[in-house]
Design a binder for this molecule. Sequence first.
Ligand code: NAD
Length: 367
Amino acid sequence: MSSRRDFLQKLSIGIGAAAFTPVTSKASIFSGFQRPGKQLRVALMGLGGYANIVARAMTDCKLAVLKGIVTGTPSKIPAWQKNYNIPDKNVYNYNTVHQIANNPDIDLVYITTPNSLHHQHVLQIAATGKHVLCEKPLADNAQQAREMIAACKNAGVRFYVGYRLHFEPHTRELIRMRREGAFGKIMHVNNYMGFRIGDPAQWRLRKALAGGGAMMDVGIYALNGARYATGEEPMWVTAQETKTDKVKFAEVDETVTFQLGFPGGALASCGTTYNFNNYERLYVIGDKGFAELSPAFGYGPIAGRTHLGPMNQPEITHQTAQMDGLADCILNGTPDPAMTAEEGLKDMVIIDAVYESIRKNGEKIFL
Ligand code: NAD
């Protein structure tokens, strides 16, 4: 396994299995399917690898439906129209997307373009008056994220970030147990997420399109996980980077470790990489118990155990649950999960501090 494609393929084995398995868990996750017939109508913007995964997963959605596409590559259009029954009037490119404002068939645009385009694309969609779901990382930095949130607020539209794990049953159970005190006072978190990236020409290795490297792309899972494992916001950050391949990783970070200090006294020790595989785990321990998810952050199957024994949560297709879950929030007013853009901004503030600490040779950055 030597590339992101291999990594995603491995993950998609889980997706494939889950996609063809009856999803029995949704009823237990979402209580709010009170308005059958009404659906959240979604357009996908940026038809790359992840958009394909989302589109396929959405064929199993009950409350969300794929109705439109935005693409700069005309050759992709026929297959997408055929596979997802998308009419000509719901097909846009990056120059015509402003016209989506006049399209009553679309409620929300899901932005799945490279990281550094998220800022401009969210501003563009907010101006159309459609709700916005943007992939992680929300932006290149916290300042951009604040501008995006302000634009959506001014336009009166909802704005979410694609943190699919907040609809994932093991993750939700871990958060529930922590909230109810099952682990006691949280003492330590140890999270890591990374993989060996392939093609040296891909946008993920270009700072102008990726914003950063492993930290931005998958370190964000370890970071977000530290926040939901503790239920607190860190007070300070320290971070270190090592680059073993200075050519391939000339523009972006390769392997980063970072530490977070929380108000309750817990420390999180986290890592991320673009240079090796089999690096994916969430571990949280308190004075009464612990939880370990491993794998913790990929598309599944997620597996876990706690001090009480193995976790037996159902395996689901994350993107199906995410899209039905968000539709439930928007259509039925069920409480927002921790997928609001404000949650994405909190991670961007911390990522800014991680990079600042690296630039300052590991100096402690207070938040
Ligand atoms: P990708 O390269 O497969 O797709 C990106 C798409 O954006 C392509 O269709 C490309 O044509 C289009 N695009 C538009 N303008 C572009 C430009 N100027 N340069 C390059 N491409 C341009 O990437 P991906 O893996 O689908 O990732 C897209 C986004 O989704 C990223 O922000 C990534 O972090 C996120 N993502 C999230 C998850 C998750 O589990 N939540 C998983 C994978 C990717």
